[in-house]
Design a binder for this molecule. Structure first.
Ligand code: NG1
Ligand code: ZN
Length: 533
């Protein structure tokens, strides 16, 4: 049975204040850090139940609020294969987090145990980590109280990136099996990525230095270690590494700043030289945006869509060179936020699927391809190789030296890519591999297709839950009549496209618009926002 006394005693130290409701959304629980104490304790308990339900497999708990402002924090659970928590459990998490009293909390737990047939005698194993936010240490202590209440075998992975935590979960659960994902340590992760990267760029001309904007977050810590592993194979210049400076995290820097403002972080303006490429990570290093200045010092952004196009084209080329293109199909998954230019370019070459926002949707759709490339425009994404494809790659007999080389490249790619989740540092190595192989600078990469000018705006509304969508969030079904008005407006703009959806992570409605020219994209976005407001 449940350790009710232990839960009671510790729950008393983490009371839930009345008048707040929490929701496990697309990115787990996320709100002001100082509101999250009771949520953390309950998430600790839920992680234990999830592990017991899965026969003692290790579950991950990550405390982070990613690209959000520094005072925010959040928490999400990671399933045994390194993927996001199974969707049906999101509702249990929400229910637990909102239990008003310890009595209700215990009765919710009892119901869960019964309905989900959780065998409480099974062990509970969890690995957990946090980013660099000032609120993180105290919140971790609350999660640990949840573990303590449930007698969890808990392993503290310390301060590290979200993708490292996902890697650890998968590595721990595959340890000693034929599917071993690598050594279950941050060092194992760095070894795996850097070793395969070095093999992939061996014999290529020296790679010019790359500037990394670390968003003053945890990416700075892991990127510094990665740089040491890479040595001269990829010279790295770290910027925005002030992880101890209060207020610096994600402030006028990082992947979200660059993508949203479509600007160079001011802190890089004296560092980045024309022609040189740079990239920005977000606050937990799972998003990546590249950019460069042309010789007129004009800023050019290479976002998640451009990364998808670069990487997918390269992988298709390799499957052809290996003689595997008839057996391995490469496909792309995007969301409505993908630039129309990218969708056109990609769908002329490959199968492309559009899914609702949120990594779990992209990830699951990508699993349906032999090799699935998924990226959100904001720079979150990865490449998935199906189990069949991995098997094919390991048993295939190439018939020429050229096929042999291409096959080896494909196999090394499966190791440089963190297949559990979007990973800025792994994706960065992947991009660098392709640039090195194609002898591309940012300019050639950028010219794969031309981005349509676009604008993303937030609108604060009384109740964002009134906004309901269909067709992978590209159309509104509610409030009634609004979609027709949007359609009517869009028709008046050349190359116009616009959609409205409620955010899953902030209390706002988002409006996206693109059009053939900049001023029109801006105008369309603001006029649609006017309809919503
Ligand atoms: P919401 O707040 O639902 O738009 C944002 C991002 C998503 C995804 C999640 C999770 C945009 C427009 N939306 O979701 O792509 O990354 O956060 O972090 O970038
Ligand atoms: Zn992130």
């Amino acid at each position: 049975s449940l350790p009710v006394d232990a839960i009671r005693a510790l729950a008393a130290q983490h009371p839930k204040p009345p008048n707040v409701t929490f929701q496990y959304g697309t990115a787990g629980f996320r709100t002001l850090g100082n509101a999250l104490d009771p949520v953390m304790f309950r998430v600790g308990i839920l992680a234990a139940l999830r592990s017991k339900r899965l026969d003692g497999k290790t579950i991950g708990v990550m405390v982070t609020a990613s690209h959000n402002p520094e005072p925010d924090n959040g928490v999400k659970l990671v399933d045994p294969r390194g993927e996001m928590l199974e969707a049906s459990w999101e509702a249990y998490a929400t229910k637990l987090a909102n239990a008003p009293t310890t009595d209700v909390l215990i009765s919710v737990l009892e119901t869960l145990v019964q309905n989900l047939k959780i065998d409480l005698s099974k062990p509970a194993r969890v690995v957990y980590a946090r980013d660099t936010r000032p609120s993180g240490a105290a919140l971790i202590a609350s999660v640990e109280d949840g573990f303590k209440a449930m007698g969890v075998e808990a392993r503290n992975a310390g301060v590290t990136t979200t993708p490292v935590l996902h890697y650890l979960v998968k590595a721990i659960n595959t340890k000693g099996t034929k599917d071993s994902y690598g050594d279950d340590s941050e060092e194992g992760y760095l070894q795996k990525l850097s070793t395969s990267f070095k093999k992939l760029v061996a014999g290529k001309p020296a790679i010019p230095p790359l500037i990394i904007d670390c968003a003053n977050g945890v990416g700075a810590i892991v990127a510094e270690k990665l740089a040491k592993h890479l040595g001269d194979t990829l010279p790295i210049i770290l910027q925005n590494t002030a992880i101890d400076t209060i207020g610096a995290l994600n402030n006028a820097c990082g992947a979200d700043y660059v993508k949203t403002s479509q600007r160079l972080p001011p802190s890089l303006s004296s560092v980045l030289k024309p022609g040189q490429r740079a990239c920005s990570l977000d606050g937990d290093a799972d998003r990546l945006i590249y950019y460069y200045l042309d010789d007129r010092s004009q800023f050019h952004m290479l976002d998640g869509d451009k990364i998808a196009a670069l990487v997918a084209a390269f992988i298709v080329e390799l499957t052809k060179s290996a003689g595997l293109d008839s057996q391995i199909q490469v496909g792309i998954v995007q969301t409505a936020y993908a630039n129309g230019g990218s969708t056109k370019y990609l769908s002329e070459r490959l199968p492309v699927k559009c899914v609702p926002t949120g990594v779990k949707h992209l990830h699951h759709a990508a699993e349906h391809y032999d090799i699935g490339v998924y990226f959100e425009a904001n720079g979150h994404g990865t490449v998935l190789f199906s189990p069949d494809t991995l098997e094919k790659l390991s048993t295939y007999q190439p018939s020429t030296p050229a096929q042999h080389t291409a096959l080896n490249h494909l196999i090394n790619l499966t190791n440089v890519i963190n297949q559990t989740v979007g990973d800025a540092l792994s994706d960065m190595l992947l991009v660098e591999v392709v640039l090195a192989h194609k002898s591309y600078s940012g300019i050639e990469w950028n010219s794969l297709y031309v981005d349509l000018p676009n604008r993303l705006v937030k609108v604060v509304v009384a109740d964002r839950h009134l906004f309901k969508t269909e067709d992978a969030e590209r159309r509104l079904v509610s409030p009634p009549g609004l979609q027709a008005k949007i359609d009517e407006l869009v028709r008046r703009y050349e190359g116009g496209r616009s959609f409205v959806r409620p955010s899953g992570t902030e209390d706002v409605v988002r409006v996206y618009a693109e059009a053939a020219v900049r001023a029109q994209a801006d105008e369309l976005a603001f006029r649609v926002a006017g309809l919503v407001y």
